[in-house]
Design a protein around this ligand. Structure first.
Ligand code: SF4
Length: 341
């Protein structure tokens, strides 16, 4: 494994610490959940760096990144003297839409539901009016708070050989007077059912609450930590489908986690971390990883992007398909999402 890592510096999420002799694994929620969904997908994406050359873009991912970028910018400047919501939204939303080349997705049904760039600009204006400086009772501590590369959030050490760290990026961290809490954003098609229901058991929000407890001493003075609780996340849900009243497109709901739930989360992530390390070892030695074929046709509501590879009858044909349809791209780095351009 050590030789393999030396020959593959692009695998930034696993390293050997020369001082301690421990392997150090640093993964975000996207990578952890990808592995649980299909180990083979994980290896192709995060070890080989193989991505579809064209057509592989996801509307859901691209829209989520774009929306997060706008919201992070909004909370950075919304209380600046002279800030004008309409000027900001009507300038910045079309600029970022164009920079993200969102018209690539013009055939997607949600693109039409949103209403393209004009509908997106309207959505951003509505968000800023709903969560205006006058309405927001939150003090913003920081935006785009990345963690991971500095080994800030230790999950634990597995069997004396593997240190596991969590990485991620908090959109907005706020203080509401009783809690210091991440403010996360989830865009969804509409609010047909309870929007918070799905996220109550999702590992992502739990990970953010866990991380805040670890990184807070580097962000705020100790006396403030003593006066605030850090056991919840605020989720801002955004309906992509327009509603009769513009303000009804947004809902803010808290999700709480007990100390026991956070401890259980930590143990589960360590299990996944160890599984990833052992699977990588097998992958390096044999070229094989387990496949969860139950996900092949339901990878985020569509076919898995690697299905054309795994349909082939031989390794030779797999390589021919990879050569013709895919290319090697930089491996996912959670702290760089939305910053590539
Ligand atoms: S096609 Fe199926 S088995 Fe292959 S990587 Fe995707 S989900 Fe896994």
């Amino acid at each position: 494994m050590i030789d393999f890592l030396r020959d593959h510096p692009e695998i930034h999420w696993l390293a050997i610490n020369e001082e301690t002799g421990l392997f150090e694994l640093t993964l975000d929620n996207h990578m952890l959940s990808t592995f649980r969904n299909c180990p083979s997908h994980f290896m192709t994406a995060f070890v080989d760096g193989v991505q579809l050359r064209t057509g592989g873009r996801s509307w859901f991912l691209d829209f989520g990144i774009l929306f997060h970028k706008m919201v992070e910018e909004y909370y950075t400047i919304f209380r600046e003297p002279g800030f004008n919501t309409l000027d900001w939204a009507t300038t910045r939303a079309p600029e970022e839409w164009k920079a993200a080349e969102m018209n690539f997705h013009s055939a997607h049904k949600e693109y039409k539901v949103i209403g393209g760039v004009i509908g997106f600009t309207t959505l951003i204006i509505s968000y800023a009016l709903k969560f205006s400086p006058d309405n927001e009772r939150l003090r913003v501590i920081g935006t785009e708070i990345g963690f991971g590369k500095g080994r800030e959030v230790l999950l634990g050490i597995v069997r004396g050989f593997l240190s596991c760290f969590l990485s991620g990026r908090i959109d907005v961290l706020v203080d509401d007077g009783t809690h210091i809490t991440p403010l996360d954003h989830k865009t969804m098609n509409s609010f047909r059912s309870d929007p918070a229901g799905k996220y109550e058991v999702d590992e992502g929000p739990t990970g953010y609450i866990y991380a805040v407890g670890k990184i807070l001493p580097s962000l705020v003075p100790p006396e403030m930590i003593l006066k605030r609780r850090c056991d919840r996340i605020l989720m801002n849900f955004i309906s992509k489908t327009p509603t009769e009243k513009p303000e009804d497109r947004f809902r803010r709901l808290p999700i709480y986690k007990t100390t026991e739930q956070l401890s259980s989360y930590q143990e589960r992530m360590l299990l996944t971390g160890e599984d990833i390390f052992r699977s990588l070892l097998s992958y390096v030695q044999t070229g094989h990883a387990q496949r969860n074929t139950g996900m092949c046709n339901s990878w985020f509501m569509r076919d898995c992007p690697y299905l054309p590879i795994h349909r082939q009858g031989s390794k030779r044909d797999e390589l021919l398909i990879i050569d013709s349809m895919y290319s090697a791209k930089p491996i996912w780095d959670t702290e760089m999402v939305g910053k590539e351009s």
